[in-house]
Ligand binder design. Structure first.
Ligand SMILES: [Fe+2]
Ligand SMILES: [Fe+2]
Length: 476
């Protein structure tokens, strides 16, 4: 399915056939570009960056690589191909033909789902806008900017749905997307993790590993939606998201590798002296980003989430591959609860705890990467194991948030502890101000092709198989 690049807004949705929608989006476009200039990457807007652009949405080689200036990036509207005869696959409408228009009674709920997802896309661009100044290499700089332009495109994806299917409310929501800003006291982004700073590259890699992966799971369950345009939009977004998580996983992996090299060369306790990031600090960053991202899945028990499922708006991860009735009215699902000083698994109605199921799928996925990181350490012959923190550790949302713990706390290894024990040890579990200052002190831009900052190893191979000294960003 070819993308029309002759149009002002590249698209594969026959935008030229819908004059009203085309006009509305063309009116939104300059506002988007203004936002990009003001809130997007602080530098390199005039430089040529080796970016990939979608040329078609089928699985084979949708990406086209070339040097482009970011403001000239062809942001547009790309939906995965329509599946003939697709039906609603779960909930009360199971078996009906998938909806091509918004069902009137679900309008408010669908809009809310789309706005919440859409808001995260520009938020992450805002969070990362300063990072280009301290990129550890041109390769990494290019990856950052690629992630940024694609998050910008994800905003386009959601704004298309708002403009195309939600009339005037949708247009207003699309405007709001550019009004809220990450960390803004008056108009913050909707979700907590998207108001945190991404002040350094270790945080960026952890963010793209843990928080973009939350995005994957949200998009995957929206890709199951009975509202077909949302499903098709999310299916294509997922193919872009994969690269963001690749940047995170390999980024953290390369930091680990470099740290191991320094440990072997200079002694296990000499990493900071030699300008590397010690594994203990890395574990603290991991604890932080994992716990903040776990919150993004919402409360364990949620009537809203149950309703979204029953209405056919948001499914489970891999919905159509699950072998059950896809109604869940009578099913049970185990969730973790704190009982006294212990954790127990208790069964609850599968619909009510559907958020928890998605969180479980997410945690399993997170564990895979941690295993690969540990293999890097092992292959270097060193004895250290990174671990995901217990899911009750450092939570703000749901049954393990502070209020619900009523004076108790949970350690990363899942022990229920007192406030005093927490205060005494929290500096070993989460990055301290001193840790953050140290990591930030390492951040210095390296711009010579093929060179890398001292705290990170080069990647195993280049983007699109380019040679090691490829000029990913042309600085002059
Ligand atoms: Fe995204
Ligand atoms: Fe992403």
């Amino acid at each position: 399915m070819a993308i029309d690049y002759q149009e002002r807004i590249p698209n594969n949705v026959d935008l030229s056939e819908d004059r009203r929608l085309k006009r509305a989006l063309e009116a939104w476009q300059p506002n988007f570009l203004n936002w990009w200039q003001e809130m997007g990457p602080t530098q390199f807007q005039a430089n040529e960056v080796y970016l990939r652009t979608a040329i078609s949405v089928d699985s084979k080689g949708w990406a086209n690589f070339g040097h482009v200036k970011m403001p000239d990036y062809r942001w547009g509207i790309f939906l995965a191909e329509r599946e003939e005869g697709r039906t609603v696959n779960f909930g009360e409408h199971k078996g009906e033909a998938a909806w091509q228009e918004v069902p009137g009674e679900y309008r408010g709920n669908l809009r809310r789902l789309i706005v919440t997802q859409g808001d995260t896309e520009p938020a992450s661009v805002e969070q990362q806008r300063q990072l280009g100044l301290t990129a550890p290499s041109l390769y990494d700089l290019r990856n950052l900017l690629q992630v940024n332009v694609e998050e910008g495109r994800h905003l386009w994806a959601m704004v298309y749905l708002l403009h195309g299917f939600f009339g005037r409310d949708g247009r207003e929501e699309a405007e709001q997307m550019l009004q809220r800003h990450s960390g803004d006291v008056d108009k913050p982004r909707i979700l907590g993790a998207f108001n945190e700073e991404t002040p350094d590259w270790l945080s960026f890699f952890m963010f793209t590993y843990f928080t973009d992966r939350d995005g994957k799971y949200q998009l995957a369950s929206l890709a199951e939606s009975g509202f077909d345009p949302l499903s098709r939009t999310c299916r294509f977004m997922l193919t872009e998201e994969a690269h963001h998580m690749f940047v995170g996983e390999t980024g953290v992996g390369r930091v680990i590798l470099r740290t191991c090299e320094l440990m072997k060369e200079h002694g296990e306790d000499k990493v900071r002296e030699m300008g590397g990031i010690d594994l203990t600090t890395l574990q603290k960053y991991l604890n932080f980003h994992c716990s903040v991202s776990l919150d993004l899945f919402g409360s364990e028990r949620s009537t809203n989430a149950a309703n979204f499922y029953s209405m056919g708006l948001k499914g489970r991860y891999g919905e159509t591959k699950i072998d059950d009735d896809h109604l869940l009215g009578n099913d049970l699902y185990p969730i973790l609860e704190m009982e006294g000083d212990k954790f127990v698994l208790r069964e609850d109605n599968a619909l009510t705890v559907i958020n928890e199921r998605l969180r479980d799928d997410y945690v399993t996925d997170c564990e895979r990467g941690v295993r690969r990181w540990n293999q890097i350490i092992k292959r270097q012959g060193l004895d250290f194991e990174l671990k995901l923190p217990h899911r009750a550790f450092n939570r703000q949302i749901g049954s393990f948030n502070l209020e619900n713990l009523a004076g108790k706390r949970v350690s990363p290894d899942g022990r229920v502890i007192t406030e005093a024990e927490w205060t005494q040890n929290v500096g070993d579990w989460l990055p301290t101000d001193e840790d953050r200052a140290y990591v930030i002190s390492l951040m210095q831009s390296v711009t010579e092709p093929g060179k890398f900052a001292n705290w990170i190893a080069p990647p195993a191979r280049g983007i699109n198989n380019q040679p090691a000294d490829f000029e990913y960003v042309r600085l002059n």
